[in-house]
Design a protein around this ligand. Structure first.
Ligand code: PHB
Length: 390
């Protein structure tokens, strides 16, 4: 807007010029209540730290409007509409649940509002349902779990029983794992999907896993469900005979200490663990702990990197929905996860995956990296990336 006025006055301005004194209105669409509330709050804290750390370089001001998805797709769709039509945000960030991302995708794409996905791994949002307006600063469900299928088969594990909540993320995470595990000669001897946000008692499922003849169990659970699952797995007495593996959200640094000793020895894979050693992670971890009193989790780093991506886009001269969408797809920087780049074919991140074991450390449970698996890029999964329309 200001750029247009300057141009009309004949005051030259170029797209490469940093936006000075620009107001950028950001809609943060996160679960602040429900089973993923802690995850939403950690992304929010990471986002705030990212803006505080890098935002001043732009000269822009960032106004934040927060809306609670409650982890309910219809509620989230209503909130997305409000942010887009009523608040007229320039950009949206957030979204934790793959179900919520699936629900708001058409609205976001149709309205031409850039969305920085700060968690939800829904494979379709960077696959068959991809959009030039949707850029991911988190992970995709397949990306996190495919490397683990191969790695577990290489460790000599032959038969696995799988469990996950019955919604898009649970199904896609298990699919990703099962694809590579079976390709490497492994066998899935049983599989259940538990009612999402409704299952309190995992006992019946654990009894089935025990009777299945599996060598190991592989699961995806996150947030409150992860805490209940890990505790019940241990109290059921399964851990010693039937080792527990999963995607790394199961034992996230955000709530692993709420799981307590039940989490010790669980082996999982993820795109970030707070114990990664590099300068950017050291600076981030120190600042995040100073601000919140917590060790940063994958959720915190996704929020932080989302804010950094927005800042980079604004520094590249973007000021409105279209220029922001274009610039966001092109950002790259060295973050706490290492060098980050976005695959132009899908707008998903390309990043390494870490296999880690939860072990007892000095200040509580910590993450011991067992393997760093090479940078993982998703297949295009039917994505035909259209240009941002003008
Ligand atoms: C998702 O629904 O995509 C999702 C939710 C929580 C996680 C990871 C993925 O920790």
């Amino acid at each position: 807007m200001k750029r247009a006025i300057l141009a009309a006055l004949g005051l030259a301005t170029s797209l490469a010029m940093p936006a000075t004194a620009e107001d950028i209105k950001v809609g943060l669409l996160l679960p602040y209540s429900g089973v993923y509330a802690a995850l939403g709050n950690d992304i929010d804290a990471g986002f705030a730290l990212g803006l505080e750390t890098f935002g001043a370089e732009t000269g822009a001001t960032f106004e934040i409007v927060r809306e609670d998805t409650e982890v309910k797709p219809p509620v989230a769709l209503g909130k997305a509409k409000k942010l887009i039509l009523q608040d007229k945000v320039d950009v949206m960030a957030g979204i934790v649940s793959s179900g919520v991302l699936g629900a708001v995708r058409d609205m976001v794409h149709g309205a031409g509002v850039p969305l920085i996905v700060a968690n939800a791994g829904n494979d379709e949002a960077t696959g068959i349902q991809c959009s030039p307006y949707i850029t991911r600063m988190s992970f995709s469900n397949g990306q996190v779990n495919r490397p683990m299928g191969t790695w577990m088969a290489e460790q000599g594990i032959k038969k696995v029983y799988t469990l996950a909540p019955d919604y898009a993320a649970g199904r896609q995470m298990i699919d990703g794992f099962a694809q590579t595990f079976t390709a490497a000669g492994g066998e899935i001897v049983g599989q259940e999907f538990t009612p999402f946000q409704k299952t309190q008692d995992f006992g019946p499922y654990l009894a089935q896993a025990k009777a299945s003849g599996a060598d190991a169990v592989f699961v995806f659970y996150a947030g409150g469900e992860a805490i209940s699952f890990v505790k019940q797995y241990d109290s059921f007495g399964l851990k010693a005979d039937l080792p527990l593996y999963g995607s790394g959200f199961l034992t996230s640094a955000l709530y692993v200490n709420a799981e307590g000793p039940a989490a010790e020895g669980v082996i999982t894979a993820l795109h970030y663990v707070p114990t990664i050693e590099n300068d950017a992670n050291k600076a981030f971890a120190e600042a995040f702990t100073a601000a919140t009193g917590r060790v940063p989790s994958e959720y915190a780093v996704q929020g932080y990197d989302s804010a950094r991506a927005l800042v980079e886009a604004v520094k590249a001269g973007a000021t409105d929905r279209e220029s922001l969408a274009n610039a966001l797809r092109q950002v790259s920087f060295d973050g706490p996860r290492g060098p980050l780049s976005i695959d132009p074919a899908t707008n998903n991140l390309i990043q390494p995956i870490y296999v880690y074991e939860t072990i007892a450390g000095e200040g509580g449970l910590t993450q011991k990296v067992l393997a760093q698996l090479p940078a993982e890029r998703d297949p295009v999964n039917g994505c035909e990336m259209a240009p941002v329309s003008n």
